[in-house]
Design a protein around this ligand. Sequence first.
Ligand code: DGT
Ligand code: CA
Ligand code: CA
Ligand code: ZN
Length: 592
Amino acid sequence: MTNADIAAVFDQIADILEYQGAGIFRVRAYRTAARTIGNMIESLATIRADATRSLTDLEGIGTDLAGKIETLQNTGTLPLLEELQAAMPPAVFELMRVPGLGPKKVKLLIDELGVTSLDDLERACRDGSVQQIKGFGNKTQTIILKNIAFAKNPAHARLLWSDADTIVQSLLAYMRICTQVKKIDAAGSWRRGQETVGDIDIVVSSDHAQTVMHHLHAWPETSSVLLSGDTKTSVRGPRNVQIDLRVVGDESFGAALQYFTGSKEHNVRLRSRARERGLTINEYGVYKLTQGEAEAARPAHSASIAGETELDIYRAVGLPWIPPELREGGDEIIRAERDKLPRLLNQEDIRGDLHMHTSATDGENTLAEMIHAAIAHGLEYIAITDHGQRVTMAHGLDKKRLLAQWEEIDRLNESLAENGPPAIVVLKGIEVDMLENGGLDLPNDVLKQADWVVASLHYGQKQPRDRITARIIEAIENPHVSSIGHPTGRLINRRPAYDVDIEAVIEAAARTGTFLEINANPWRLDLNDHHAAAAKKAGVKMVISTDAHSTRGFDVMRCGILQARRAGLEAGDIVNTRTLGDLRQLMKPQLS
Ligand code: DGT
Ligand code: CA
Ligand code: CA
Ligand code: ZN
């Protein structure tokens, strides 16, 4: 069994226990273990095979869970899971795919209405029986109905880019062990930095395709082989994701990488450009077309004029190399032809991070720990932006606690500057909440003392479009608000955006000099690429923030950067690429 299979088993046990009303600590133990195992790159089998190591060294794995992992690996099943599953109505797991429906609500729906499928639940919403259940009501019923459509959309079963990336990195590391692998890279939607990834595409150059393919089949994380031909194979890997592997000769590596990176639309346009020049492009290279030759075939008699690198392919049709994030079949080829491609932002351009939490609210690490981790990540400045008092669930800060935190930040900045220029400057910030009936959850006389204010909307997300939009624009017009956090509130695969007039928000941001956030959390990526491109066009500056809730949370910056790159953004569009001095110049005058 792969790590992903075992994580899935533990997650399912947690769901069932929760459904049955088991104690929270027992449920949480399985959830933590599932997360630990799901995020591991090394396989559990490898750790077990190593006599000097123990499964119990892993976070959240005690002797009981270690024993269960061994049972799963030895027998492929777990008596506890079978027992629990046998006691469960089969509809539970189907119904839990609906955003907002956890084990407890699902239990009520099954117990009260006897629903046995998503279709059943849909009917029960339409005939009004769901709203009769205690605690549901008409509003909930409408939301469930909307979310059933969301759950039924196959696009919402795709892997998050960051989860796909974890798999890609461990797969590439494993494949490189094979001495017959010369060049290797991952292509497809992963390489284009899409928010979600359907399947993983790997391109290898080698003289021994069969050896390379067998190496993939022998990966401990491969659960089954779906297809195996002369030069291509497909398998199921971690989290049941499909992996397509294609092996070509060295002379074709660039052509194959280009072809399998896509997108399909981009490739169609590139091929028609080639045709206009009497050329044909396929996964082996670029070829001269002779009169009347069938284009689809690999012209056997003519040698390729390009194929070894992607750069050669683009050059052969008179173009500069186009970054994968731009290959979506929009205007990228026209812009490339005119030498008007944007100089996309890079990780190295980032100097600061302006949205993060500490253990004062819902973060895991202390202020000092977050600062040290930020220094280790090479950041020049950060803003500490814990939640304001409205977010009671997260123990949000009232005026008194916030001012105390700011005093602590003052002291820390002083001690950082004791021996010459400080390693980092810490800004006094806050993430205020836009209240349901307008206004913010901390008064302006407090906010005016802040270095940086993020305003976000966490409550009343179901309000109608004009209300939501008005709340956000009111925050934008507040002279002390620096940026709007995760402006649409969507969670990929989990929750649609709130109903907001994003054009009006962009217009207000442009008018007032308020920054809009690209929240780099892989579930959020909010603004999305289309909105970010529209904001750029309107002259709005953006900020890419990790919204870190722990010291590990800084790593997601690269997801935000990919999102910005797909939007065609350059370093100049993003304010946290500036030095702190330049950032202050860009801020609303009331704040600088
Ligand atoms: P995904 O897997 O749904 O996240 O999206 P992609 O873009 O990775 O799509 P996939 O895996 O079906 O194919 C990878 C690339 O290979 C695709 O972007 C373009 C190329 N490709 C695959 N099949 C075809 C095809 O039938 N025609 C053309 N022109 N290109 C193809
Ligand atoms: Ca793919
Ligand atoms: Ca594929
Ligand atoms: Zn936050």
